[in-house]
Design a protein around this ligand. Structure first.
Ligand code: 8YV
Length: 313
């Protein structure tokens, strides 16, 4: 029996690429010299697509895939997919929820501690040889007991809140609607949450609805003792406003795992000591990435066998 054909938009781990190729007849779109010309010629063969929260897919690609029925995406984000078009065409999309909650929440805690206690900066201080008998490292800010404001209390936000309880941090959150049954106080006014919080942690989805939600006004409300932590999407923060706020000490500091134009990180950010910069590694542990990969393959297998995805969006 011939293997089902799968269109893979971008490369994932070597192991994933290998496992996919063992089970399916895979066409690697990114390896085509002219991806759209390839789709024009072969697009109608594909019913299944594999992509990721990084690569997504475009309207132009979809126009050349008239028989596409399912996209299995690696990652929990869905902002690079034209969702309305998918809905209109009846194309279903699976993501990889839950398996990455712990790692992303761990990283958010790491960024809170790093930015407030200045761990990365202190590491640079030691490495540079600046530590000597007369020069100690300047004092930092306490984390335990501080107020945590979560923007976007979903599965990852809940995991951050749970960890924060071990640090005796009171938690409030901002969502458009209150989360039913949540033990945390809902704050419908984002500015009020920013004024209240010592740490504002972003765990909301990206996309139009949250574009530049964190602007100069919110940063001003967070204030000179406040820290912004972004493990969501770069698009949620007005990066230019954030750079100004960090330069002028409008906020105390920031910890960022995501940026507006990845992998580009503005030089102005790289020059600042009051920001911790990570290369989008929220889910980046061996264990979690393996679980995410398995879930993509499980979704694909389930859809081919039953017409239903395991974790549809
Ligand atoms: C992914 C992410 O690893 O899950 C997401 O939405 O942002 C990351 O966990 C990455 O984007 C997948 O390519």
């Amino acid at each position: 029996m011939s293997k089902p054909k799968v269109l893979q938009v971008g490369p994932l781990s070597e192991r994933f690429n290998r496992e996919l190729a063992e089970q399916y007849e895979v066409s690697a779109l990114w390896q085509q010299a002219e991806p759209l010309a390839f789709l024009r010629e072969h697009g109608e063969q594909f019913i299944y697509m594999v992509s990721s929260a990084r690569f997504g897919c475009t309207v132009d690609q979809l126009a050349l895939l008239p028989n596409l029925r399912a996209i299995c995406s690696f990652g929990v984000g869905y902002d690079p997919y034209p969702l309305e078009l998918l809905r209109d065409r009846g194309i279903v999309l699976s993501t990889t929820p839950d398996v990455l909650n712990d790692c992303v929440a761990d990283l958010a805690m790491g960024l809170m501690i790093d930015s407030a206690r200045r761990l990365s900066e202190a590491d640079r201080f030691v490495r540079s040889g600046a530590w000597n008998s007369t020069t100690g490292f300047p004092l930092a800010r306490r984390v335990s007991g501080k107020r945590l404001g979560i923007v976007g209390l979903g599965r990852i936000g809940e995991a951050v809140a749970l960890r924060a309880s071990g640090f005796s941090m009171p938690v409030r959150y901002h969502n458009r609607r209150a989360v039913e049954g949540s033990p945390y106080q809902h704050e419908p006014d984002l500015l009020a949450l920013a004024r209240w919080a010592d740490f504002l942690v972003l765990t909301c989805p990206g996309g139009k609805a949250t574009h530049h939600l964190i602007n100069a006004e919110v940063l001003e409300a967070l204030g000179p003792d406040g820290f912004l932590i972004n493990v969501a999407r770069g698009s949620v923060v007005d990066e230019a406003a954030l750079i100004t706020a960090l330069q002028q000490k409008v906020i105390g500091g920031a910890g960022l795992d995501v940026f507006e134009r990845e992998p580009q990180v503005p030089a102005a950010l790289r020059e600042l000591d009051n920001v911790v910069l990570l290369p989008h590694v929220g889910s980046g542990s061996v264990e979690t990435r393996q679980q995410m990969a398995d879930l993509v393959l499980d979704n694909l297998r389930a859809f081919i066998a039953t017409g239903k995805l395991l974790t549809p969006l």
